[in-house]
Write a protein of this length. Structure first.
Length: 383
C-alpha cells in the first residue's frame, strides 16, 4: 500500500472511506510483487495497480462491492484460464492472491500516521494480517522510526512478534510475508502478516566528478537512489555540474567513504580510473557490506588496478566483489549510454539476474522474493 501512500494519506486526512486491494501472494510469473495495491474511494476514484492491467476491472468491482456493502475483508485469486480466453485472469500465466478490505480512516489513526511518514520520505512499516481467522483479516499495526509502533494485530504477544521482524525488514528495505502464532500458550491464532515497508532511499555513491558521473547521477536519481557525487577536486565537484545529485561533496573518496553511512543496498561506482583515487577507496569499499562495487577503466587499467589492490592487502574473495570494467556489454559509448549500462548491471546484480536478453533465457520473467545483493559476479561483460 505504501506505493500509493500520497493518495491514501490525502483520503485519510479527508476522512474519506476507501476500499484497499492488496497483492498478498504471488506464484509463477506475475507482473507485480506482494504489497502492490489498488484503492477505490466512495466516488469511484481509483489509484494504484495490482496486475499491470490484467485483472484491474474485476478487482475494481470487488472494491466497489466491499465499499457499498460495508462487508468484511475478502480474498480472491486470479490466474490464467486455458479454457476461456475471455475469462478474467493473468495473461502472463501466474497467479495472485488479493485481499480487499474497507478502510475507515477514523478507525485507524495509526495508519494515517504511517502514511504521513512515508509521504515525507521517512522510514515506516505497516503490518497487515492477510491470512488467518476471519475476525483478524485486514488488521494493521504500524512501525515508525523503529522504536515506536501503534495499532494491534490481536494480542500483545502477536504484536511483539511482528514488530521484531518488521524492524528487521524495515532496516533491509524489504516487503515480505511473515507467519506468526500457532502456539497455544503465546499466540494461539496462526496468522500470515504482510509487512509493507518504506525505507530511506538506497544510496548511490559516485566517485569522480566526470561527464559519465553526470549521466549516471541522473539515471540513479530516476531509479530512486539518493545520489552523492564525490571528488577531491573542487573545480570539478560543483552542484551546477551535477543537478540530479542529491549532494556533491569535495573530499578524498576514501576519506568520505570512511565517514559516511552505507548498507547492503548501497551502490558504489568509481569512475575516476586514477590510481591515487581508486586504490584507497576501492580497498575500503571491498571491505564494507555494500551491495555493489564497480570501477570504470580499460582492460589494461583493470589489470593494473587489480595488482595494486592485491598489493594493498585486498583479498581474492574481496576482489571477486569488484565489477570491473563496470557495466553490462551494451556497446555503450556516450556518457548517457554508459549510465544505462552501469545501472542495468546494478539492477541485475541486485536481483541476482544474469543480465542476458530475456529472449535468450528460460524460466519465469518475474522472479519471486525480495531483491538482495548478489554474493558474487553473475554472467557479465565489460561496458
Amino acid at each position: 500500500m505504501l506505493n500509493i501512500a500520497d493518495t491514501l494519506y490525502a483520503w485519510c486526512r479527508e476522512a474519506r472511506p476507501f476500499a484497499l486491494a492488496t497483492v498478498v501472494q504471488v506464484s509463477g510469473s506475475a507482473p507485480l510483487p506482494p504489497g502492490s495495491a489498488l484503492a477505490v474511494d466512495a466516488d469511484g476514484q481509483v489509484v494504484g495497480s495490482i496486475s499491470g492491467g490484467c485483472v484491474e476491472g474485476a478487482v475494481y468491482d470487488l472494491c466497489q462491492q466491499v465499499l457499498q456493502d460495508d462487508g468484511p475483508p475478502a480474498r480472491a485469486r486470479f490466474g490464467y484460464s486455458d479454457d476461456d480466453a475471455f475469462a478474467v485472469g493473468l495473461t502472463c500465466g501466474g497467479e495472485i492472491d488479493v485481499l480487499v478490505q474497507r478502510v475507515e480512516p477514523a478507525d485507524v489513526p495509526h495508519l494515517t500516521a504511517a502514511l504521513d511518514e512515508a509521504v515525507r520520505g521517512r522510514p515506516a512499516a505497516v503490518a497487515q494480517i492477510v491470512d488467518g481467522p476471519a475476525e483478524f483479516l485486514g488488521r494493521t499495526l504500524t512501525l515508525g522510526d523503529g522504536s515506536v509502533y501503534d495499532g494491534t494485530l490481536g494480542s500483545e504477544n502477536e504484536d511483539r512478534a511482528v514488530v521484531a521482524q518488521a524492524r528487521a525488514l524495515l532496516r533491509a528495505g524489504r516487503t515480505a510475508v511473515i507467519d506468526i502464532g500457532g502456539a497455544p500458550d503465546t499466540c494461539p491464532a496462526k496468522l500470515s502478516v504482510l509487512v509493507h515497508t518504506h525505507a530511506a532511499p538506497p544510496r548511490m555513491l559516485i566517485f569522480g566528478a566526470v561527464d559519465f558521473a553526470a549521466a549516471l547521477s541522473q539515471a540513479g536519481s530516476f531509479l530512486g537512489y539518493r545520489v552523492t557525487v564525490c571528488d577531491a577536486r573542487p573545480v570539478f565537484a560543483t552542484a551546477a555540474r551535477f543537478p540530479y545529485a542529491d549532494e556533491v561533496v569535495v573530499d578524498w573518496p576514501h576519506r568520505y567513504l570512511a565517514a559516511t553511512e552505507v548498507d547492503a543496498r548501497t551502490a558504489l561506482c568509481v569512475l575516476t580510473h586514477d590510481a591515487k583515487f581508486d586504490i584507497p577507496v576501492l580497498a575500503l569499499a571491498l571491505s564494507l557490506p555494500v551491495g555493489y562495487v564497480g570501477a570504470m577503466g580499460s582492460r589494461r587499467t583493470h589489470e593494473d588496478r587489480d595488482q595494486r589492490l592485491r598489493e594493498a592487502g585486498v583479498t581474492t574473495a574481496q576482489l571477486a566483489r569488484l565489477n570491473s570494467s563496470i557495466g553490462l556489454d551494451l556497446g555503450a559509448h556516450t556518457p548517457e549510454e554508459t549510465a544505462i549500462s552501469i545501472t542495468a548491471e546494478i539492477i541485475a546484480h541486485s536481483h541476482r539476474a544474469t543480465g542476458l536478453p530475456l529472449s535468450h533465457a528460460t524460466g519465469p520473467i518475474h522472479r519471486s522474493g525480495p531483491a538482495s545483493p548478489a554474493p558474487a559476479k553473475a554472467a557479465r561483460t565489460a561496458a
